[in-house]
Design a protein around this ligand. Structure first.
Ligand SMILES: [Fe+2]
Length: 325
């Protein structure tokens, strides 16, 4: 059946990130009106899941192109015929590389991707999930004093994990110099502004962010370590369990992900395409300097509501009561 906007259902799956799109058949063309519903949900929920989509690579590429022009990853196992297509096919002979670390894709580029799309082809019986974190929520979860402290800062991003792909011989060193010229360390704002929603995003990740500009090594390391903790907070996360023919697309501008490395030596095969992004915009509005609130799970400023039915003296009261009997 042809796709139609009226049939699209957006079902929210995570409190801060993740929705499932139902009523769309990706083996069929997606018209612009239908796509607009999907695109709006993509920006709002940051991560979309489409179940039961037995698409070909060509159909995946066609659907991805609705989001924008595709890009080619400089280090990934790309298809020879279609370099925009990355073939992740991991098993005992070919373990996954450098994906079990929190990151946004390719932030070592001056124009990191807008989005990444994966299609599940072979899924291990156990394990192989992908974790996602909303970095808009992670930013919101910082205290206002921390938001102000990091406001206006810039950080250096580098393709550091991929340096391990180059050997010590002269040819490898020459190849590395080529990539260093092409992808020199790049500055991005620590707090970026989402180009569509306008929301602030915490834009540092442990895979590619190496230093805060203008800080000593120790200051930078401590601050980055603290900021890297934000994506590890479960409230900001969504855990995706794969099935064959599930398609997932995430907003690389507002999320991070971590491929859980727990299925070796089983086989896991996914096709990936990446949608080109643009310059990372800075977010410059200040937070309220007087507030030190933490927005992980905002609650009214009422001790009874804030602490539920927890009381520090309950055990003491019980003991006194028993002693009295
Ligand atoms: Fe990734």
């Amino acid at each position: 059946m042809a796709n139609s906007a009226a049939n699209v259902k957006v079902v929210q799956k995570g409190a801060h990130i993740g929705a499932e799109i139902q009523g769309v058949d990706l083996t069929q063309p997606v018209d612009d009106v239908t796509f607009k519903v999907i695109e709006d949900a993509f920006v709002e929920h940051e991560l979309l899941v489409f179940q039961n989509q037995p698409i070909t690579s060509e159909q995946q590429i066609e659907f991805a192109k609705k989001f924008g022009e595709l890009s080619v990853h400089p280090f990934s196992p790309n298809s020879d015929d279609t370099p925009e297509l990355i073939l992740f096919d991991n098993d005992a002979e070919n373990p996954p590389f450098a994906t079990d670390c929190w990151h946004s894709d390719e932030t070592f580029r001056s124009d990191p991707p807008l989005a990444t799309m994966l299609h599940g082809l072979v899924i291990p019986e156990v394990g192989g999930d992908t974790m996602f974190a909303s970095m808009t929520s992670a930013y919101e979860g910082l205290s206002d004093r921390m938001k102000n402290f990091i406001s206006g800062l810039e950080a250096i991003h580098d393709f550091k994990p991929f340096r391990a792909l180059f050997g010590d011989d002269e040819k490898s060193k020459e190849d590395l110099r080529y990539y260093e010229d092409r992808y020199p360390p790049i500055l991005h704002p620590v707090i970026s502004k989402h180009p569509v929603s306008g929301k602030p995003v915490l834009f540092v990740n442990p895979q590619f962010t190496v230093q805060i500009k203008g800080m000593s090594e120790a200051e930078s390391r401590n601050l980055l370590d603290q900021l890297f903790e934000q994506s590890k907070i479960p409230e900001f996360q969504f855990r995706h369990h794969w099935a064959v023919d599930t398609v997932v697309v995430w907003d690389n501008r507002s999320t991070q992900h971590y491929a859980v490395h727990d299925y070796f030596p089983a086989r896991r095969k996914l096709d990936r395409v990446t949608i080109k992004g643009g310059e990372v915009l800075p977010y410059s509005e200040s937070a309220d300097t007087q507030s030190v609130k933490n927005n992980k799970s905002p609650l009214p400023d009422n001790p009874k509501i804030k602490h539920g039915d927890h009381k520090p003296k309950r055990e003491l009261a019980r003991q006194l009561e028993e002693a009295g009997n």
